[in-house]
Design a protein around this ligand. Structure first.
Ligand code: ATP
Length: 221
């Protein structure tokens, strides 16, 4: 029977993906080697089975080959996570998302062919750190090692000024791609738009440029 997704490892991360996908009406096969975890997800996922994902024949028997997207959310056992990913790659799965526990793990997963490697603890740590630096930094999304997108509340120095006045591109090398005002989002902000309190800017740029922009214009003294 064809399933849309399989989630291997039902810890907090894998479990939350499994729940969310199921709530969105997706067909999810939940797999864990721990019986208690599988019981927990029996009524949530379309199907929940006890299995060790490092056993190739078991994964074949479960028909993983026919699943479009497999999420590997095995926790501390990096060896099991890597072995599972290798087996899934050999099975020819189209899309494999794997949770990495550290940078070394991430590097290996990329090398062995995982299409998507996520590092939720590190990413969330970075996002929260930026918000701790200033309440005006609402969100932070890494695009690459050197580029990010930030969502910032207009700082005091920006209020009453237009994008022309601030000339963020020339002064900081960053681009304002959208401005949110209440429920409205303007995805092609005009240079003359005057910024008001509580406006939220979505800005893209190199990390070092974003950092300068934040220091000079976003973080209120
Ligand atoms: P969390 O995701 O909860 O933040 P974590 O990354 O430490 O934390 P664990 O709590 O270790 O994750 O959960 C990983 C899950 O993966 C556990 O439920 C564990 O039983 C399961 N697991 C580990 N190895 C295998 C395996 N080889 N096959 C199937 N499931 C496995």
């Amino acid at each position: 029977m064809k399933r849309d997704y399989a989630v291997i490892g039902l810890g907090r991360f894998g479990g939350s993906i499994c729940k969310e996908l199921s709530e969105e009406g997706m067909d999810v096969l939940a797999i864990d080697k721990n019986e208690d975890k599988v019981n927990e997800y029996k009524n949530i996922a379309s199907h929940a089975v006890i299995a060790d994902s490092t056993d190739e024949s078991t994964l074949k028997e479960l028909g993983l080959k026919n699943i479009d997207h497999v999420i590997v959310a095995i926790g501390d056992n990096i060896q099991a996570s890597i072995l599972t990913t290798v087996i899934l790659t050999d099975l020819g799965i189209n899309m494999i998302t794997v949770k990495a526990n550290n940078d070394y793990h991430e590097k290996i997963l990329n090398k062995i062919g995982a299409q998507q490697v996520v590092h939720p603890e590190r990413d969330m740590g970075k996002r929260i750190a930026h918000n701790i630096i200033s309440n005006n930094i609402l969100d932070y999304l890494e695009l690459s090692d050197e580029h990010s997108i930030v969502e910032v509340k207009a700082g005091k120095k920006m209020l009453g000024k237009s994008l022309v006045d601030l000339d963020i591109r020339a002064n900081y090398g960053c681009n304002v791609v959208a401005i949110k005002r209440g429920d409205d989002i303007n995805v092609s902000p005009s240079a003359e738009d005057t910024l008001k309190a509580n406006d939220v800017l979505i800005v893209i740029g190199a990390d070092k440029d974003i950092s300068r922009f934040e220091k000079h214009l976003v973080i209120d003294e």
